[in-house]
Structures are given as structure tokens and as C-alpha cells.
Design a protein around this ligand. Structure first.
Ligand code: OOG
Ligand code: NI
Length: 468
């Protein structure tokens, strides 16, 4: 008897559960925030136009398999209050094949959270559906008033953000190694409940106000029944055109696009959002009259354009150039000439794939060109760029699947409402975060490096076979 645990054939794949869940989430958010529906339509129009006018991009996306995932590609974001909530979310996302990748310290940017992104990690799972959820844990230790800190943690201790059904199915999936079709559907419905918007606050008006004063984000996390999904982001192939189309559809777009400037070879991630909606909420003392109702701004829309993943060297150059631009003048990205300065600084970042590869700045997935005839006696370990130049090997950019802390901070800020800036001591605490999570996060750059290395090993071995 083998001890390998073969899941019964009746189980649906984690990819399938993730796809069902992201679809259900998208349908729910469309109902909750109708402007999200308009945003998805706008992005679909822009993408169709780009694919028509840029045949090379169309062909590249077809070859890499990304064309098929484009229409369903989304990321969402949530914020939780306690280590237990975060740890259970890790188990919930694991049922859908999503693992924690990366550590983001947002305290540097005046936001009292640290975060990870739950997402699929294997090449095959990413192609099936790359659904990601940016997940932040509130850092109560950054509330300076001890009484308020105690109160916030007491409120959080009383809530349970998961339904009993979701908890039971998580445990069942862990025990059995999967879920059958019907259980998967029930799981998706039960899991969805955790992310639903609740207009009934769990606190009275005065408590909400005090937490809001400490930081708007603290009120958003502490005063509600659960971690409502605060945005869902479709992927656009041309963020500038999509941004220009937002006002005509009634969306109050943020002024600047976060991330690198527009380029010939897109790198990393560019993002922009429309401002959060003001939603009516009811406090627990609603029936007392005067201050029973309030307004809360939390939920918004965002779009993003993804480019090639950078190596550690490429990322260091990106961080350095971005820091240069942001340190010029006090207004940072709010300065009127920000875009021009950004473009000027990034002139130092090579904008050709050959240069990005040769200088070791970005990651590529290599494959043998099926149509090329491999010359007899070819050196399978020969110079890669030579093989690419001869058309024997294809190099396709590996898409960046993660997030950027400075951009994330900009997205948080633009959607908290108000202009207040808080300052916290920068203190990355990855180990504290991982202890809360109950697992280590993947190093995202190592994942890209592995994907590149795997593809290269396959090419070399295929070439060796062809040469023999
Ligand atoms: C998350 C903000 C970060 C992104 O795309 O960088 C984010 C939040 O507001 O909870 O979603
Ligand atoms: Ni986002």
C-alpha cells in the first residue's frame, strides 16, 4: 500500500473552488458597489481595444496563456483585527489553493497594519485563475491611548467573523484533502459571508468616533461584524486610458497612478482607484435618536496594469528611483509635476527586454520554439541570448503577481477619507506577523526565480535531447 494521499476522484480542484469563490465575490461586490460593475465594463472595453491595436501583445498573451485568465483576473483586499482571525483566514484560503506571499509593512506610510497577499503560487494554478487577496492585520499596539487600545481589543475578542458552516468545511477539507462538488459550493457560500458588508456597526456612536479619531482604519476594522471586502480590482492592459475614462462614468478617480511610469516594457504594477463611497451605518444606540446614524467611507474601486516581475537587483533599482522622485519636494506624489519627474527618473531603468534580461533586472520564462529546427550538435548549455537571437528559444516576461508597499499605502490613504496623516515609527515585524498567521510567508522574488529556473532547466534538457 502506498502512503501517498490520493484525493478521491470526486473532489473538485482547489483551482475550481478559487474560481467559484472569486466569481461569487465579484457578483456580491457588484450588488454592493454598483460602480464596480461600471469599472469592470470600462476595463473590458479598454482591454478589447488594446488587444486589437497591439497584435504583438495579443500574441504574447496568447502564447503565455494569460489571455484566457485576463477576464476573470481580480484582486481584493480585506483587513482583520486579531491573530486568530488571520490564522483562520490562512486555512480558509488554503482550501482554494491560496498561500501567503510577501510581507508588507504599512506603518512606514502612516497606516497601522502589516499585510500579506494570499494567492496561488504554482505556474499552473496562476494560469487557471490568479485571484489574490491583499490581507492586512491591524496593529493595535500602535494605538497610543492604553484605554482605547484595551477597548478595541475587547470589542474584537467578542466577534466571530466565520460562520459555523465555513469552519466545519475548512476542517473537513483539511482532514480529507479536498471537497466534493456540493461541499465546495456550500463552502463558497459560507466563506462569502465573512466578506459581506454590514451596515449595522457593532458599537455605539461615541466608540466609533473615538476609534475613528485614533485612526480611520482602526474604526473600519474594529466596529463591524467582519472584514468586508473593500475593493475588487480588475486588470487592465492600459491603465492611462482606463483612468481617463473614469470621470465620464461618474467615478471620482485618484489624481496619480501609483507605481512606475508608463513604459514600453511595463514593469511590476501600476494602480489607480476611485474614491471610497460614503455609506450610511447604524450604531448600536440608533434608537436613542440623536447620533444613531453615521456615514462610513471604506469601500472603493481600483484598476491595475501588471508588467514583468523584477529580480532583487531590478527591485532595488525601482525602489531607489521611486524614492528619489518622492523625496523631491514635500508634496511627494501630490506634486503637480510628479508624472514628469517620475518619467525623468525612470529614464535610468532600461526599457528593452533584451537589456532587462542581460542586466539581470527582470524574470523571464524560457521555452523551446517548437517551429525552430535545432542545429545538430548544438551546445545545450550555450549562451542563452545567442539561442534567443537565433529564434531557437523564446523568452516571455513573467508577470508580477504581487503588490508594492508604497503603492498600497497610497491606495489606503486615498480611500480613508480626510487628509489626516499619522506618523508611526517604522517597524517591520515580519516574525510577529508570521506568528499570528501561523506560517511563514513565501518570498515572492524566490518564487519568480524558481519559475525562471524551472523553465530554463526544461529548455536545456530539451536542447540536450535534440542535440543527442
Ligand atoms: C489594501 C490596499 C492595498 C493594493 O492594491 O495595493 C491594495 C486596503 O486598502 O485594505 O489593495
Ligand atoms: Ni488593491
Amino acid at each position: 500500500m502506498s502512503h501517498t494521499h490520493q484525493p478521491p476522484a470526486s473532489f473538485v480542484t482547489a483551482n475550481e473552488i478559487r474560481t467559484r469563490f472569486s466569481r461569487a465575490m465579484s457578483e456580491m461586490y457588484r450588488k454592493e458597489v454598483p460602480q464596480y460593475g461600471s469599472l469592470v465594463e470600462l476595463v473590458a472595453e479598454v482591454n478589447a481595444q488594446v488587444l486589437l491595436s497591439q497584435p504583438a501583445l495579443h500574441a504574447q498573451m496568447e502564447r503565455t496563456g494569460e489571455l484566457e485568465r485576463l477576464d476573470v483576473e481580480r484582486h481584493g483586499a480585506i483587513r482583520v483585527g486579531t491573530p486568530e482571525e488571520l490564522a483562520t483566514l490562512r486555512r480558509l484560503f488554503a482550501v482554494m489553493g491560496m498561500e501567503p506571499v510577501g510581507y508588507y509593512d504599512l506603518s512606514v506610510a502612516g497606516v497601522p497594519v502589516h499585510s500579506t497577499a494570499f494567492r496561488p503560487v504554482s505556474d499552473e494554478a496562476l494560469l487557471a485563475n490568479p485571484f489574490r487577496v491583499f490581507t492586512s492585520l491591524l496593529r493595535l499596539e500602535l494605538i497610543t491611548d492604553p484605554a482605547l487600545r484595551e477597548q478595541a481589543s475587547a470589542i474584537l475578542a467578542q466577534r466571530n467573523i466565520f460562520t459555523p458552516g465555513a469552519l466545519a468545511l475548512i476542517a473537513q477539507a483539511e482532514k480529507q484533502g479536498g471537497l466534493n462538488d456540493q461541499d465546495a459550493n456550500t463552502f463558497v457560500q459560507e466563506a462569502l459571508e465573512t466578506f459581506r458588508w454590514h451596515s449595522d456597526a457593532t458599537v455605539d456612536a461615541a466608540t466609533y468616533e473615538a476609534l475613528q479619531q485614533a485612526h480611520r482604519l482602526i474604526a473600519d476594522v474594529v466596529c463591524f461584524k467582519g472584514p468586508h471586502i473593500n475593493h475588487l480590482t480588475p486588470r487592465t492592459l492600459d491603465i492611462d486610458t482606463a483612468q481617463d475614462g473614469m470621470p465620464a462614468r461618474g467615478m471620482d478617480a485618484k489624481d496619480v497612478v501609483e507605481g512606475p511610469p508608463r513604459r514600453h516594457c511595463p514593469i511590476l504594477l501600476r494602480q489607480t482607484s476611485f474614491k471610497a463611497l460614503k455609506e450610511t451605518i447604524r450604531f448600536t444606540d440608533a434608537d436613542d435618536g440623536a447620533h444613531g446614524q453615521g456615514a462610513h467611507t471604506a469601500r472603493f474601486g481600483e484598476i491595475e496594469q501588471r508588467g514583468v516581475a523584477l529580480t532583487r537587483k531590478g527591485r532595488a533599482l525601482y525602489d531607489e528611483l521611486l524614492a528619489q522622485v518622492r523625496s523631491m519636494g514635500s508634496a511627494g506624489s501630490a506634486a503637480p509635476d510628479y508624472t514628469t519627474r517620475l518619467e525623468r527618473a525612470f529614464a535610468q531603468f532600461p526599457d528593452e527586454h533584451v537589456a532587462l534580461r542581460q542586466q539581470g533586472l527582470a524574470f523571464y520564462r524560457y521555452s523551446l520554439n517548437a517551429e525552430a529546427t535545432v542545429p545538430a550538435g548544438i551546445d545545450a548549455d550555450g549562451d542563452l541570448e545567442g539561442l534567443i537571437a537565433q529564434g531557437i528559444v523564446h523568452a516571455e516576461p513573467i508577470t508580477y503577481e504581487d503588490f508594492l508597499p508604497v503603492s498600497a499605502a497610497g491606495i489606503f490613504q486615498s480611500n480613508l477619507g480626510g487628509d489626516e496623516q499619522k506618523h508611526y515609527q517604522a517597524n517591520a515585524a515580519q516574525q510577529v506577523f508570521e506568528a499570528a498567521l501561523g506560517a511563514a510567508v513565501h518570498d515572492e522574488i524566490a518564487l519568480y526565480a524558481d519559475a525562471q529556473a524551472r523553465s530554463l532547466a526544461q529548455v536545456r534538457s530539451a536542447l540536450g535531447g535534440a542535440a543527442a
